[in-house]
Design a protein around this ligand. Structure first.
Ligand code: AMW
Length: 149
C-alpha cells in the first residue's frame, strides 16, 4: 500500500513510521542529513484543515521522530517547521512538518536554514538529478524504522 503525499504517491519503503493518523517519510532532497517529513495520513492541504485528533497525533509523531533523528544523526537540537500555504513556501499541498537535526556550525548563519528550506525544492534546485536515489532513501528509512520497533 502506498501513501499519498499531495500529488506524490510514496512507496512504503521510504516511510519509517506510521501511527493511527500520521506517517513519516525520508526526504528526497534533504537540507541537512536527517531532514525528514511528518504528515497526516489524510491529505489535508492546510494546518487549519486538520481535526484536533489529527493535530495531536501529528505533533506526537513529530516529537517521537525528532527524538529519533536527533539521536541517529548525532544532532544536538532540532529545527521543526511547517510551510503552511504557498506564500509560506509550501509546494506540496498536503500538511507536512519538516524535522531537521541541527548541530553547532551546520550553517554559518543559523537562520539560513530557513532560506535553504525555502529554496531547496523550488526551480532548478528541484531537478530530479538532485534527488536522492530510491535505494538511498529506503536504506535510511530502514535504519530509522528500527527505533520504532
Ligand atoms: W514544502 O516546500 O511543500 O514545505 O516541502 C516539501 C518537501 O517534500 C521538500 O522537503 C521536498 O524535498 C519533499 N518531497 C517532495 N516530494 C517528495 C517525495 N516524493 N519523496 C520525498 N520527499 C519529497
Amino acid at each position: 500500500m502506498s501513501f499519498r503525499f499531495g500529488q506524490h504517491l510514496i512507496k512504503p519503503s521510504v516511510v519509517f513510521l506510521k501511527t493511527e493518523l500520521s506517517f513519516a517519510l525520508v526526504n528526497r532532497k534533504p537540507v541537512v542529513p536527517g531532514h525528514v517529513l511528518v504528515c497526516p495520513l489524510r491529505p489535508a492541504e492546510r494546518f487549519c484543515d486538520l481535526r484536533p485528533e489529527e493535530v495531536a497525533d501529528l505533533f506526537r509523531a513529530t516529537q517521537m521522530v525528532g527524538n529519533v533523528v536527533e539521536k541517529h544523526f548525532c544532532g544536538t537540537s532540532l529545527t521543526i517547521s511547517i510551510q503552511d500555504g504557498p506564500e509560506a513556501g509550501q509546494t506540496v499541498k498536503h500538511v507536512h512538518v519538516h524535522v531537521l537535526p541541527r548541530r553547532a556550525g551546520d550553517f554559518s548563519r543559523n537562520d539560513s536554514v530557513y532560506d535553504e528550506l525555502e529554496r531547496h525544492d523550488k526551480g532548478e534546485e528541484d531537478a530530479p538529478s538532485k534527488w536522492r536515489s530510491e535505494e538511498d532513501m529506503a536504506a535510511e528509512a530502514a535504519s530509522l524504522k528500527k527505533y520504532f520497533q
